[in-house]
Write a protein that binds this ligand. Structure first.
Ligand code: NI
Ligand code: MN
Length: 233
């Protein structure tokens, strides 16, 4: 049994059937985050890109838990320079095998930069992740992205069981684009993310479900509330 918990915005924790604690984009201070209960545990932290709402609390979480952070090369170099001890850099198109997982970094159409006080540092490319868990469950977290046609290749190559897609619009796909994305990817289950955190992210689950009924009626939607957990075989 794998347990997927939503922490608001694009932050998820996956506790695998082997008890491995995986975080993706842990912005735990986001306005919709559930109340914290103690110091969270982490074994591996995946960061899709360097914007503050995704890099979020990675440094604190990694330092407190000695988790391994996995991110694109430029973010790796930045985090190492900040003293985060265990950071693995990779790049788009590659698969990194660690702790029984296969972590593939895939493209996203978005920007990426690190805001360090008054400096803006190059953050490499924005990315998404396809993670194959120890028991074979495949999860695609798209990061921040526009709709792009190669999502169909991600679907064909990795056959995700679950896709986490941004639907909030303005900085990322809106509901209509996300419904097209779901169709291209072909995952049976979509978890919407990156909506409602602040007013600009105005896309809603209702609109997304409506668009999906028109484009890909076989796809299910699991709109997790912050703090809610989905259990998946
Ligand atoms: Ni972003
Ligand atoms: Mn974002």
């Amino acid at each position: 049994m794998n347990k997927i918990t939503y922490f608001g915005h694009s932050a998820f924790r996956i506790v695998t059937s082997n008890g491995l604690n995986i975080w993706i984009d842990p912005w735990l201070d986001n306005p919709k985050a559930p109340e914290k209960s103690g110091q969270p545990d982490a074994d591996i932290i995946l960061v899709t890109h360097a914007h503050g709402d995704h890099l979020g609390n990675t440094a604190e979480l990694a330092s407190a838990s000695s988790a391994e952070v996995v991110a694109i090369h430029e973010i790796q170099q930045y985090l190492l320079s900040c003293g985060v001890p265990n950071v693995t850099g990779m790049n788009i198109g590659g698969t990194y095998r660690t702790k029984g997982l296969a972590v593939t970094m895939v493209m996203a159409v978005h920007s990426s930069s690190i805001q360090d006080q008054d400096m803006m540092i190059y953050g490499g490319e924005a990315a998404g992740f396809v993670v194959r868990l120890e028991d074979g469950l495949v999860i695609y977290h798209a990061g921040d992205t526009a709709l792009f046609y190669d999502m169909s290749l991600i679907g064909e190559l990795y056959r995700p069981d679950i896709a986490m897609l941004p639907i909030g619009d303005h900085y990322v796909m809106g509901p209509k684009e996300a419904a097209y994305a779901a169709k291209l990817i072909g995952a049976p289950l979509i978890i919407p993310m990156h909506y409602g955190t602040f007013p600009a992210l105005s896309g809603t689950v209702d609109e997304f479900v409506r668009e999906l009924e028109a484009r890909a009626p076989d796809v299910s939607v699991e709109a997790l509330l912050p703090g809610q957990t989905l259990t998946q075989q």
